[in-house]
Design a binder for this molecule. Sequence first.
Ligand code: F6R
Length: 632
Amino acid sequence: MLDSFEKIPVRISQTPSDGVRLAARQIAILIKDKQALGLHCVLGLATGSTPIGLYAELVRLHKEEELSFKHVITFNLDEYYTIERDVYQSYWSFMHRHLFNHVDILQENIHIPNGELERDEVKKYCRQYEEKIEKAGGIDLQILGIGLNGHIGFNEPSSSLFSSTRLVTLENSTRLANARDFQSISQVPRMAITMGISTIMKAKKVFLFAWGNKAAIIAKSVEGQVTEQVPASLLQQHPDCTFFIDLSASVELTRFKSPWLAGGCEWTKRMIKRAVVNTSLKLNKPVLSLTTNDYNENGLSDLIVEKGDAYEINLQVYYMLRDSITGWPGGKPNVSIPTHPERSTPYPKRCLIFSPHPDDDIISMGGTFMRLVEQGHQVHVAYQTSGNIAVTDEFVTRFMDFAVGFEHLFEIDSNKSQKILAEAKEYLSSKRLHQTDSPDIRAIKGLIRRCEAKATARYAGLKDEQIHFLNLPFYETGTIEKRPLSEKDIEITMQLLRKIQPHQVYCAGDLADPHGTHKVCLDIVFESMKRLKDAGDDWVKDCWVWLYKGAWQEWDIDEIEMAIPMSPDQVVKKRFGIFIHQSQKDAVPFQGSDTREFWQRAEVRNAGTADLYAQLGMTKYAAMEAFVRWHY
Ligand code: F6R
């Protein structure tokens, strides 16, 4: 039975891999059942970052459990227009890379819209695409992702319910989101050929997948009004549609966001905090000013019945908020404050900051980083990946020019570096639009970021021996798609942890990273810590792990367990620290959908957290960085 708020059945799994396994099993059954009847199974397929895991699981089922695709016919939802079929970013390449090259599907059964057509051929082609689907017996199962604006396929908001396969113009927000696959937004095609909404609605069964940062649009699609402005909401009218989402993508559903509205909830401390904070922000009233009436009129009468007085509840939440604020991220030495987020002993602490990319430390926790150093802790920073794909080609020749000039200046034989510079120039000048960099160019780009990171860490007060570059191998693909984490990644990380034996670890708890790099980096730290604990490393018991969010968003205010205030001067000091990352200023390659510079994002976000605390009735600071503790 559907929850009253949810108009589409939703399968929520702990992680994307769990969801993918569940769905892949159902797809395998469908394929086998049809095959047993001597029929083809017709699958509608999607591209994008979402279904990659699903295709990997289908490939696994093919290789390990004899799932055959010989009787499968596929129709892809969409393709950029125009795009050459063979370039890395085409959906044709994507599908072959992730699925078709690894299973026994027959080439003639694969259909992907053609992005190379002449303009005057497109209309007819689209009509024929629809006819081919019909001729194949219609789509048995349509797989979908969802855009942040609710698009399905490339049916952008306002697409008609009756639309069929056609040429469409992509919204700017979609082009920005997809810019992560291209060097820059200007290279993202402006149009696409996509199946229409009616094509999708005709599928007998629909599975839509969403992971990570899609929570807001998922809630709108599942619980909101059916409207062409949110194309995925039209699926509420499909007779057999299921959404497969992970925990992160589920958090805006009423049953999680405001479970007290979805019928009964357990009033744990955390739940009380969330309910009161939400109500306080909604009514724009400080926590201590909420009345019994406010509780009753905002779905919280249950809480009043259970806990009695509004005033008592207000106070309880007020103290929780107040106690999360501290200027001592490493704990305040020589005093005992049981409600403080961190322990006062040992002092000083050994702190290890993991930074997925070379600038996440300063962007996401620069103020805290500098405070830890100033307060006498022994701080180490570990840059987990080289971050090389986010450097433009221009930087390569600029720095190579410097290297050659440096040698020339000091009469060092510069023949070798001149040769490397000449080769780099030659390579870059003949580089094709979507071509991946050579290992040499990648190495130079990595070096540029490494120097910037070193300079920033020094600026924060670290000595060179406190700065570590892990160069985790999972990242080194030269493209936006990364490998899954490997034993080597964990080994490297465990080695560093063992060497430092930190009392505090900071890492990016960011599940909404559009490239997925933060998530893999986090999984690597978690796995390493768990293994060290299981191996009986004693220091692990006394090591607290604090999670900061990456550059894209902040923790919800009710989740925050440690908030570090910053003075206006500290805000400026952090800004200059971010500026050191020159290769990341202005437009960076693979920027994604947010066009603001990193220092701007950081300042808006840190000031926003401080504002929210102030709205709730706390002291107003200029800015705040926020952390959540991970218990393992
Ligand atoms: C791709 C497609 C799009 C994507 C959507 C989400 O074939 O049809 O609708 O599913 O843009 O993209 P990701 O999964 O990259 O977030």
